[in-house]
Ligand binder design. Structure first.
Ligand SMILES: CC(C)(COP(=O)(O)OP(=O)(O)OC[C@H]1O[C@@H](n2cnc3c(N)ncnc32)[C@H](O)[C@@H]1OP(=O)(O)O)[C@@H](O)C(=O)NCCC(=O)NCCS
Length: 199
């Protein structure tokens, strides 16, 4: 499945996914499409920008054991710290957080944070009960072009602790290219890149 996107306004053609025309549905950075890739064309995928109403959901997902375990700061996230932090992310022009929904159920979040003029780093998680179903790959495919537009970057990067096989495979399946190792806080990591020039 491949999504390319230059969403401008409602009604504009956004791109094509497996031969289907994809149109922005209700907001500049939202998509509605059916997911033939999962073999069930009745499935409805939607991407929307996260907002303040998602703060609790994002907090619950942030405290998932695997999310914490695969992060560079494994301590639990306390709500009094989370609330201002998430508001800061949602209001920042250097950050874009998307909620990915399947049939109106939120199944994951992807946050892109600018780390330079042209690059954004990715934080992604899929709801615990929805993992290993291919949704992580779809979430990346649905959001990366939007993030490039929203943040004005040409490169998006995933930095993954090397033992996190699901995440490494997800980035490769989503078309990211391996950019080499990096050590962060003593963790051996793998770095994955996708740029607007990659087709
Ligand atoms: C990492 C994460 C986002 C991947 O999303 P997902 O929906 O579970 O992954 P997908 O189902 O799209 O699977 C991607 C690939 O990884 C493989 N995979 C999935 N779960 C796996 C696991 N537990 N161990 C090894 N490989 C796994 C899948 O088989 C698939 O490969 P395939 O196409 O060859 O079958 C999700 O597992 C998650 O939220 N984990 C906790 C948070 C986290 O680690 N975030 C990433 C930090 S960099």
């Amino acid at each position: 499945m491949e999504v390319s996107a230059i969403p401008l306004k409602e009604g504009d053609i956004l791109g094509e996914m497996e031969g289907q025309i994809v149109k922005p549905a209700f907001r500049q950075t939202s998509i509605v499409m059916t997911a033939e890739a999962l073999g069930d064309d009745s499935l409805l995928w939607r991407v929307r920008k996260a907002d303040s109403a998602d703060a609790d959901l994002l907090w619950r997902w942030a405290n998932d054991a695997d999310v914490r375990g695969n992060s560079f700061s494994p301590e639990p996230v306390l709500y009094p710290e989370h609330a201002p932090w998430v508001e800061g992310k949602l209001s920042s022009i250097n950050s874009a957080t998307y909620i990915v929904e399947l049939d109106n159920q939120a199944v994951g979040q992807v946050r892109y944070g600018k780390v330079g003029d042209t690059e954004a780093e990715i934080d992604i998680s899929i709801a615990q009960t929805d993992r290993s179903l291919g949704y992580g790959v779809i979430a990346l495919e649905l959001t990366q072009a939007l993030a490039m537009i929203d943040l004005g970057v040409s490169l998006v990067t995933g930095v993954v602790i090397a033992v996190n096989k699901a995440s490494c495979t997800m980035f490769l399946r989503a078309g990211f290219k391996e950019a080499g190792p990096r050590t962060i806080n003593g963790h051996e990591c793998r770095v994955f890149h996708s740029s607007s020039g990659d087709a």
